[in-house]
Design a protein around this ligand. Structure first.
Ligand SMILES: [Zn+2]
Length: 283
């Protein structure tokens, strides 16, 4: 089998840590998994935890420069290893995830961990700091609000998409959304757990939120008014074209070419990751 292109992707990425609203930060790294930071009155919530405790340590160092409030919560937008295995660095924090995400960790967490460690040697170069799978301490069916003092973080399972358990975090007082891998900006994501039919509807629901700013799972934060709506379109197109793939009738080659032609992927080197499509369960 052709190795994943990401195994050859060893160049360092430049990290940005930008304030996108009052007390709201996007930790981004040129297409590597993003982390969000929400500073409330008395505590901080982190959205996705990076691939290893070593990488999460850089997030912690940046948070320390903006606030001395403790990180009390780490939200896992979904179960993928490259954004969950760093969680142990946030000592004492509650780990939040949807019931479906916990179920996926039980069902395929180990398999995904081994696969991602092999696929992303750069992200997992400090893999020895990973104590094992990250287990949520608090789970919820579809929705929960966490109050950081007066600041509400509304966590919602808008629908299936990138995985069956995806959730987004909304900060209503600022109109800001942290979407996880449901939305990517100029970046390709792994689709082995994707539900493409649902994903289109889920993107519609996300657009209805009319976010002032949206932090995607990978790529730069979308911070212009209306970005959360308008820039979903390329991602919608990608999902739609992915649906044209029918494992029974077509070969994956043409599918990958179609993704390249129509999807927002502008880095051809990453497209091989779509060759490992494992489930198209909603099709
Ligand atoms: Zn993912």
């Amino acid at each position: 089998m052709t190795p994943f292109a990401s195994t050859q992707d060893l160049n360092e990425k430049k990290v940005s840590f930008d304030e996108i609203g009052a007390g709201l930060y996007a930790y981004t790294a040129e297409g590597d998994p993003n982390t969000g930071v929400i500073v409330g009155d008395d505590a901080v919530m982190v959205i996705d935890a990076q691939a290893t405790p070593a990488l999460a340590g850089d997030v912690i160092a940046r948070i320390a420069k903006i606030t001395d409030k403790p990180v009390k919560y780490v939200l896992l937008t979904h179960y993928h290893a490259a954004r969950t295995l760093g969680a142990s660095a946030f000592k004492g924090a509650e780990i939040l995830a949807s019931d479906a995400t916990r179920h996926m960790i039980v069902e395929r967490g180990n398999e995904d961990m081994n696969s991602e460690i092999a696929r992303f040697p750069r992200l997992f170069r400090s893999v020895e700091t990973v104590p094992g799978l990250t287990w949520p301490t608090i789970t919820f069916p579809d929705q929960v609000s966490v109050w950081l003092g007066r600041r509400e973080v509304r966590i919602i399972h808008v629908g299936r998409g990138h995985t069956a358990g995806d959730v987004v975090a909304i900060v209503p007082d600022a109109g800001v959304v942290f979407s996880g891998d449901l939305v990517e900006y100029k970046s390709a994501c792994y689709c082995g757990d994707a539900h493409f039919v649902d994903w289109l509807a889920t993107l519609d629901h996300l657009a209805e939120l009319q976010a002032n700013a949206l932090v995607p799972g990978r790529g730069a934060a979308l911070t212009r008014p209306g970005d959360g709506r308008g820039r979903n379109r390329p991602h919608r197109r990608f999902c739609f074209n992915s649906l044209q793939f029918n494992p029974g009738k077509r070969k994956q080659g043409p599918f990958v070419e179609r993704c390249l032609r129509f999807s927002p992927i502008d880095d051809g080197s990453k497209v091989q990751e779509f060759r490992n499509l494992r489930t198209l369960s909603a099709v």
